[in-house]
Design a binder for this molecule. Sequence first.
Ligand code: ACO
Length: 363
Amino acid sequence: MISGLEDVVAAETILSDVDGQSGKLVIRGHFLDDLVCSATYEDVLQVLWDGFFADLSDSGRLTRQLGLARQEVFAHLEAVDRRLLEHPNIDVVRALVARMDDGQDISAALRLAAAPAVFTPGILRLQRGLAPIAPDASLGQAADMLRMLHNKVPTMEQRSALDRYLMTVSDHGLNASTFTARVVASTRAGLTSVVLAAMSALKGPLHGGAPGPVLDMLDDIGNAERAKEWLQSALDRGERLMGFGHRVYRVRDPRADALKTSLQALVNAGQVDERRMRLAQIVEKTALELLARKKPDRALQTNVEFNTALLLEALGFPREAFTSVFAAGRVGGWIAHAREQLRAGRLIRPQSRYVGPQPATPA
Ligand code: ACO
């Protein structure tokens, strides 16, 4: 038996290819590096969903339809009560998604793709005692999400940074939440069931909960002079440095590079805390040097979580909402995989090997 199903091929997909040896991510025939320079999140949704819904619009109309879907799901925020608000953001998002119709058509898909983008800022505002801001259907998903968080239209750099993030995390092979989505879809349950199950897999600290610890590390280091000593001590204690290394990517994590460009644009526009960025740059450089010295035979590079943490913090999302923002991007991939799995048509039902006690009496 293969522990963690590592290297087991459990599905064929036309949706994404994670090439760890060359450090490339292909989303349905497009390199991620190219998509983030020329597309929007809605374009990527169109690419991922193409052929899986009879009545899917072109990406221009899809932007409008997704905006209208945001307005439709906004009403669910009225169901949030005080007790629900005591839970982590992703748990409240999940509770609200659970109220939605368990359909299979494009309308259900659009409402689900809109839901985390609307619920995440709405819940954050309710938790701060503020009223949620209603969606603006004329905006793209990224711009509107930031507007619903801060109650002001974001700058071009901020909008583009979040858009890039949502595209970057939209799909990534058969990760744990996507595999979960495909298992549920294979039972022919509706898309709401698929998204709820996938969100539940995503929230675990080994999957979507990773970027928070990167900020905890930066907070703990505090200032650049302490970086080398802090990082070396952590390595001497046998600890992992958060935001470095990857199971599949051996030369570079293309998602980390895509986000770094957006971070630089925010720096150039003076829209990030410069002290934080200077500290992060020194920590990254020092960590890479120490890791190369410690593991010369292993290319331990900066992974997506390091830049995700900095980017989402710069955009004003608190770390407790990072998993929900991740879900706002990945939901597009979950839905595409669910539809692809449904087309494959076969129930996913592997075997287990019984290693428990045998009955005392013969059968
Ligand atoms: N810091 C210190 N040492 C490391 C790190 C790191 N970040 N990453 C790997 N190593 C070391 C390991 O200790 C191991 O050493 P050993 O052979 O002496 O035991 C060696 O490099 C290989 O480690 P593996 O566990 O085989 O690396 P793998 O590729 O399986 O693990 C993982 C990948 C889990 C991401 C790892 O690099 C890690 O723990 N990173 C820190 C946590 C992190 O950033 N997680 C987010 C990943 S991105 C994502 O999941 C979306």
